[in-house]
Design a protein around this ligand. Structure first.
Ligand SMILES: C[S@@+](CC[C@H](N)C(=O)[O-])C[C@H]1O[C@@H](n2cnc3c(N)ncnc32)[C@H](O)[C@@H]1O
Length: 271
């Protein structure tokens, strides 16, 4: 494994934190282990030789490779089940009664391999049943890892990542795809739009959201980065809308939303 000097490590982690929010300052071994083979396969003998190529990468392809390797994309279906309980029993009944144009806007921010947005879509399909035909139930799903986004679009999963999916849903929403693999059926896949979005950037989507799901992403951000991100999320949330974060991560102290339950926040309804 290649070793990175302390000076190069601080410069590299500073660059990543400024541009992508990820705080890797305590993760020297992780950085070395995830990048060593890639650096050597690319023909460089050391971090010192490789890093100028990264910093002068105006096309963005080298940075894309780096981000693909340094992000942690761990995810699975039905992760943190009480969000799905809340969705079915609180959020969707609220949306059904209050969203008059029948267009529910959900954003899965930091969607990784797509399990999360597909899972949300399956819940909506289940909740609305035949009524789904009069609702617009598309989900926006974003990430900074192009590798994760590519896999997400294909929607092919191992049995292991589906272990918590109820048997009836496996039948209903997945089709076999070779040995031990399953693909999410087209009717669900077609409703999720995957796009690149860096959560450090301004939110410039045309629409605002009734629910933003950003789970297990802020865990890698410092307090200031989380605080600024939650302010941007708040502006992009409709009155009465919700934010779900991961149960293992703490919200910033100045989060503008009202806390409803652990890991569930709400923007107050306008009076
Ligand atoms: C651990 S996964 C969480 C996946 C899913 N939300 C869940 O809870 O299972 C974290 C994801 O956040 C993404 N991520 C990290 N920093 C990001 C940023 N600045 N902008 C957008 N996505 C980011 C990573 O690429 C990764 O796919």
């Amino acid at each position: 494994m290649l070793e990175i000097s302390q000076r190069d490590f601080e410069k590299l982690t500073g660059f990543i934190k400024t541009n992508y929010g990820l705080d890797l300052s305590q993760k020297k071994v992780l950085v070395e282990s995830r990048l060593s083979n890639y650096i050597m396969d690319s023909g460089f003998n050391s971090f010192e030789e490789y890093l100028p190529t990264l910093y002068n990468d105006y096309m963005g392809s080298e940075i894309e490779n780096l981000i693909n390797r340094l992000t942690t994309n761990y995810t699975y279906f039905m992760r943190e089940a009480n969000h799905f309980e809340h969705l079915m029993h609180v959020f969707l009944p609220y949306a059904e009664n209050h969203i008059k144009d029948h267009d529910i806007c959900i954003w899965s921010a930091g969607c990784s391999f797509g399990n999360e947005p597909y899972n949300l879509e399956m819940c909506m399909d289940e909740y609305f049943g035949m009524k789904k035909y009069v609702w617009d139930l598309k989900i926006l799903a974003t990430d900074i890892s192009y590798n994760a986004l590519r896999a997400a679009k294909n929607g092919i999963y191992t049995e292991k990542s589906m272990a918590k999916i109820p048997a009836r849903w496996r039948e209903k929403y997945f089709k076999p795809y070779g040995k031990g693999l399953y693909q999410v059926k087209d009717e669900i896949r077609n409703k999720v739009e995957f796009r690149y979005h860096n959560l450090m950037d301004d939110i410039k989507f045309k629409r605002t959201f009734d629910l933003i799901v950003c789970r297990n992403v802020m865990i890698y951000f410092d307090e200031h980065t989380k605080s600024e991100l939650c302010k941007r999320f708040y502006k992009a949330t409709n009155n009465g809308g919700y934010l779900y974060i991961g149960h293992a991560e703490s919200a910033p102290e100045d989060i503008p939303y009202q806390k409803q339950e652990p890991a569930i926040y709400r923007k107050e309804e306008a009076v």
